[in-house]
Design a protein around this ligand. Structure first.
Ligand code: ASP
Length: 329
């Protein structure tokens, strides 16, 4: 048994400043991250697979309205929610993903079913929903995904007639209510707002897995798909190298094939997990204005959580140790 078992999670990166976060909002984020890490840690402690641990962690993050995935997802330009998710098993290289679903309550569970029960890897839109329905997964009405904060953010984005790289949960959490302040004078910086959730884990059997789920970017055009559901861009896992989940400006992560690049650098350049992840996040992505971060673990239990933004909701938990959570740089 591998005693280095560990789980790491993220809840999105962006302009998360201490100055714009109230003490109670900050405490809420830490508590949410802590609860999710504890749940993932229990799965691993019971001898569960890395795949089970990341599924469970991301399902819980989807259910938490603080994060941009599942309940609490951002709005499209059409005023709807379109959700994307992917999952990968490093022991087999099996993968499953869905994108542009509107009514699947937990997109990560649908991605998991694709991995386990389909000969395909990625389903989109209506086909993805039909697959999820045939699998007996839970559906939710559009109102379920609604939160006041994301709706307000969408109204601001729509007013500026631009697509925006997602929410900044901290800023939203600290923002005054709409009646106090309509906030059009305070535009959301499109280059500095991100959100998505993800998990990576190494289990006691020595296997790694990764999972990522998102509502995408605020006011995105209907049908837009980012890096999250694309294997190799927003999610990747291979026991031979590492498991990776990303968050940030999806278009740039797609162009850099960011998650796979971390694994490829380890395999082909023979560098450490941290060296590979730092190169992708701190050197390669910034060359094309890619902003965000990633979490990664390798089969030896090394963990790294680099980001090139002001903050990233993040944490990790090793067996028998208290979870560690962090928000700011
Ligand atoms: N990468 C996600 C996307 O582009 C968004 C994010 O992580 O904030 O859809």
């Amino acid at each position: 048994m591998n005693s280095n078992a560990v789980i790491a999670i993220h809840g999105g990166a962006g302009t998360i400043l201490r100055s714009s976060m109230s003490a109670s909002a900050e405490a809420d984020y830490h508590a949410a991250l802590h609860a999710v890490l504890s749940a993932g840690q229990r799965v691993l402690a019971d001898g569960g697979s890395a795949l089970d641990a990341v599924s469970e962690a991301v399902r819980l993050l989807e259910d938490c309205p603080l994060f941009n995935a599942g309940r609490g997802a951002v709005y499209t330009a059409a005023g709807t929610h379109e959700l994307d998710a992917a999952i990968m098993d490093g022991s087999t290289l099996d993968a499953g993903a869905i994108c542009c679903v509107k009514r699947v309550r937990n997109p990560i569970l649908a991605a998991r079913r694709v991995l386990e029960r389909s000969e395909h890897v990625l389903f989109t839109g209506e086909g993805a929903e039909a697959f999820a329905a045939a699998q007996g997964l839970e559906f939710a009405e559009p109102e379920y995904f609604h939160t006041e904060a994301r709706h307000r953010q969408w109204l601001i984005a729509r007013g500026q007639q631009r697509a925006m790289l997602d929410h900044d949960g901290a800023t939203l959490a600290a923002a005054p209510s709409p009646s106090d302040d309509p906030t059009p004078h305070e535009p959301i910086d499109p280059n500095r707002k991100f959100g998505t959730v993800g998990a990576v884990a190494l289990d006691q059997h020595g296997h790694v897995a990764a999972a990522t789920s998102t509502g995408g970017v605020t006011n995105k055009q209907a049908g837009r798909v980012g890096d999250t559901p694309l294997i190799g861009a927003g999610c990747y896992a291979d026991d031979a190298t590492c498991a990776v989940s990303t968050t940030g400006s999806g278009e740039m992560f797609m162009r850099m094939v960011a998650a796979y690049d971390v694994a490829a650098q380890m395999a082909y350049r023979n560098v450490s997990l941290q060296e590979a992840a730092d190169d992708v996040v701190m050197n390669r992505l910034p060359k094309i204005d890619g902003r965000g971060g990633l979490i990664a673990v390798d089969a030896r239990g090394n963990v790294t959580l680099p980001f090139n933004t002001e903050g990233m909701y993040r944490g990790f938990a090793r067996l028998g140790e208290a979870p560690v959570t962090a928000i700011y740089r």
